[in-house]
Every structure is written in structure tokens, then in C-alpha cells.
Design a protein around this ligand. Structure first.
Ligand SMILES: O=C(O)[C@@H](CO)OP(=O)(O)O
Ligand SMILES: [Mg+2]
Length: 428
């Protein structure tokens, strides 16, 4: 008998910041259930699909009852009887039902919850792991980027750069790389304590010491890598997400950064001085504000050969914007967040588009997360090669890494090659 979507039920649950978010259960006609939980960002791009919150705003803390109702009524009704294995059709039906450019009617949180839960129900029904269902063959474990010092909008401290990450460069296996990260994280705690700072955590599980500058944060990472017994750049490298929209001055078009004002060019020179001082920096995300595409492109032209430059806020996982960014020669890597665009299918399209044009892709969690490890499977399924999911602490972050450990066990040796800058991907 043909399996179809039998019923869909959403409810309001809470995320890692204690804010309401959407959870969806999809039940198929064979009785199989698929459940998904939707994450939520703080440093959201202006062009992200709309996260529907009661009262019509994106304000944190506001309920998602309306989004839940949209799932339980309109979406559930429309999708009843639909083939759960036709993800593209399911997603397109919801896009049509919503009818707006940015999913503001039904809510991207409502639509994404259903989209992910349908994929999971389909995988469960076939009794295959989600990463197998969504992916192909020749799967590999990603290189992971771990935000271990939090600043910007994710912490109440004096650092304007949002995320300072460490990433394994050389590893025998995913587990080996992750263990190196965990060791470094514990040593970093001591380094911060010894310098006389507190070791409270920011939103993504990284430490949030009240340092005086971003450079001090980088120095601490450098010291921690060494003290943990690794060579910076060889075994553990550094990456950061400047999330520069946070310190972009929309009136002057300059950047008000840690007590000084920088023109776009001066900011580029500042970043370059960091690359010189810390050659183990291999990736920088959102060096400029989301409206400042020219500076982004100029920066890519200058430094794109030597470093990975990731675009997040300017493109919001939106294939249309990614296409424009590629035309403009902006960045050489795209950050991928399911809830920025709102369906599994559109996210796959964004990944394909980026990769076809020689851009790397980095899958990403949100600062407001849930225990759902969907992105771990999704990263492997799409051979996305890179994943950032926060510190190796706080279970809503670690759940993703633990899932990768399980996947590695299943894939065995085949999946352990370091997948950074993949050369074996044959998309489209
Ligand atoms: O800017 C980012 O890349 C993300 C995730 O780290 O933060 P947020 O979810 O707050 O947008
Ligand atoms: Mg970002």
C-alpha cells in the first residue's frame, strides 16, 4: 500500500535560550512518526525568511502559537494524503500555500518544522538513517568549527567579533579531531581563569570573558592550542565570524569596532594584520555588514586566495541572493542555515548552487538551538564538508557532534577522511 502523510501536529516547545519555538510531528499512514524541532537566531540577516512570532515580530521570547496553529490547520490539511518521499513536492506545496516571498504568512518556522519532520518520517519509514535517506554515497564526516569564545550579540562582554572558533586540521578520524577540540576547550578555560577573567558561557557554549579586544581573544586561543600540546595551524586552526552587521554604522558606512572607527578598507587592513599575526586563521565569516557588498567583494578579491571568506547575513541561504553574490565575486564560501530559507529542498538548492560555482559550504546551527541533531545528518548527507555547531559543551550543541560520532561508527573508515575543501563532489 502506498504510504502517505496521515497527520501533522505541531506544538510550542522552548529552545536553548528559553524562547518559544516550534516542534512538529508528522505521522505517516504506516504509523511511522518523524519529529523535528526548529532553531532560532539572534544575529538574524535582514533577508531571512520570517520567523513568525505572536504579535507579528521576530522578537525573542514571544510565543509561536500562531505558527503552531498554521501547521495544525492549513498545512496539515493541505499535506494530508501527500507522498512523504517527494520532499520537493511537499516543500513546494507549502511555499504555494504561503504565497509570500519570505514565508511571512505561515511562518518559516512552521514550514521548516514540517519540512524537516517529513524527511525524518520518510527515513524512519524506510528504516534508514536520516543522513542516508537525504544523501547519496561516498559520504564523509565534516570538518567542524567550534565557537569557544563568544562576543558580539551572543555575549555581554566588550568583544565585538561574535564567534572565535577552533577547528581540527589534521585528524585520524572525526573522533580524533573532536577529542583534540575538547582538550583545547578545557585548556582554554584554564588560560582564561589564569588571566583573571570569569568563565561564564555565551549563547553557543563558548566562554564569554570580558576581554578588552578581539586580538586578546585570538591570543588566548593561540596559547590554549599550544598548551594543549598542538601546533596552531597544523593540528588546530582558528576561524572567526565577525558578524559585522553588528558594528556597521549605517549612517557613516564605517565600522564602529571596539572603541575605534574604521573605514571599510581600514577594517580589511585590520583583519589582514590579524591573519599575519595568527597565520593559523583559515576562515573568516561576515567581515562586512550585510548591506556592504562592495567591501565584501573587494576583500574577497584581495584575500580570497589565502583564506576562506564565508557569507552568512548578506545571502541568508537564499539561492537568489547566492546567485547575485557569486556574480559579484563576493566571498568564496556560503553559510547554510535551514531556517534562513525555510525548507529542506531550498536549502539543498542553495548548497548545490554554491558548490557548482566552486564555493565551499559551511552548515550552521543557530544561537538559539534545540536538542534536534538534524543538521549533523544533513551535513553528512550533502557532503557539506564543514559544520559549525558551537562549543563542545552544552548539550544542544554537543548533540550534533555526538550524532556525528555515531555516524562515523556506521560509516567506518570510509567516512573519516578530512573533508575540508572537497574534491570528490559531483553535484548536478
Ligand atoms: O551568525 C551566525 O552565524 C549564527 C550562528 O552562529 O548566529 P545566529 O544564529 O544568532 O544568527
Ligand atoms: Mg554568522
Amino acid at each position: 500500500m502506498e504510504k502517505v502523510i496521515e497527520s501533522i501536529k505541531a506544538r510550542e516547545i522552548f529552545d536553548s535560550r528559553g524562547n518559544p519555538t516550534v516542534e512538529v510531528d508528522v505521522i505517516l499512514s504506516d504509523g511511522t512518526r518523524g519529529r523535528a524541532e526548529v532553531p532560532s537566531g539572534a544575529s538574524t540577516g535582514e533577508k531571512e525568511a520570517v520567523e513568525l512570532r505572536d504579535g507579528g515580530t521576530r522578537l525573542q521570547g514571544k510565543g509561536v502559537h500562531k505558527a503552531v496553529m498554521n501547521v495544525n490547520q492549513d498545512i496539515a490539511q493541505a499535506l494530508k494524503g501527500t507522498d512523504p518521499f517527494n520532499q520537493a513536492l511537499v516543500d513546494q506545496m507549502m511555499i504555494d500555500l504561503d504565497g509570500t516571498e519570505n514565508k511571512r504568512k505561515l511562518g518559516a518556522n512552521a514550514i521548516l518544522g514540517v519540512s524537516m519532520a517529513v524527511a525524518r518520517a520518510a527515513a524512519n519509514s524506510l528504516k534508514v538513517p536520516l543522513y542516508r535517506y537525504l544523501g547519496g554515497t561516498d559520504l564523509e564526516l565534516p570538518q567542524t568549527f567550534h565557537n569557544v569564545i563568544n562576543g558580539g550579540e551572543h555575549a555581554d562582554n566588550g568583544i565585538d567579533i561574535q564567534e572565535f572558533m577552533i577547528t581540527p586540521v589534521e585528524r585520524d578520524s572525526f573522533r580524533d579531531g573532536f577529542e583534540k577540540i575538547v582538550n583545547t576547550y578545557h585548556v582554554l578555560k584554564k588560560v582564561i581563569e589564569e588571566a583573571g577573567y570569569t568563565t561564564g558561557l555565551g549563547d553557543e557554549g563558548g566562554f564569554a570573558p570580558d576581554l578588552s579586544s578581539s586580538e586578546e581573544a585570538l591570543q588566548m586561543l593561540h596559547d590554549a592550542i599550544l598548551k594543549a600540546g598542538y601546533t596552531p595551524g597544523k593540528e588546530i586552526a582558528i576561524a572567526f565570524d565577525a558578524a559585522a552587521s553588528y558594528f556597521f554604522n549605517r549612517e557613516t558606512k564605517n565600522y564602529d569596532f571596539e572603541g575605534k572607527t574604521y573605514s571599510p578598507r581600514e577594517l580589511g587592513e585590520y583583519y589582514a594584520s590579524l591573519f599575519e599575526k595568527f597565520p593559523e586563521i583559515i576562515s573568516i565569516e561576515d567581515p562586512y555588514g550585510e548591506e556592504d557588498w562592495d567591501s565584501f567583494a573587494e576583500f574577497t578579491e584581495k584575500y580570497g586566495q589565502q583564506i576562506q571568506i564565508v557569507a552568512d547575513d548578506p545571502v541568508c541561504t537564499n539561492p537568489k541572493l547566492i546567485r547575485e553574490a557569486i556574480k559579484k565575486g563576493m566571498a568564496n564560501s556560503i553559510l547554510i542555515k535551514l531556517n534562513q530559507i525555510g525548507t529542506v529542498t531550498k536549502t539543498l538548492e542553495a548548497i548545490r548552487l554554491a558548490r557548482k560555482n566552486g564555493y565551499t559550504t559551511m552548515m550552521s546551527h543557530r544561537s538559539g538551538e534545540t536538542g534536534d541533531p538534524f543538521i549533523a545528518d544533513f551535513t553528512v548527507a550533502t557532503n557539506s564538508a564543514e559544520l559549525k555547531s558551537g562549543a563542545p559543551a552544552r548539550s544542544e550543541r554537543v548533540e550534533k557532534y555526538n550524532q556525528l560520532l555515531r555516524i562515523e561508527e556506521e560509516l567506518g573508515q570510509a567516512g573519516t577522511r578530512l573533508a575540508h575543501f572537497p574534491d570528490n563532489v559531483d553535484y548536478d
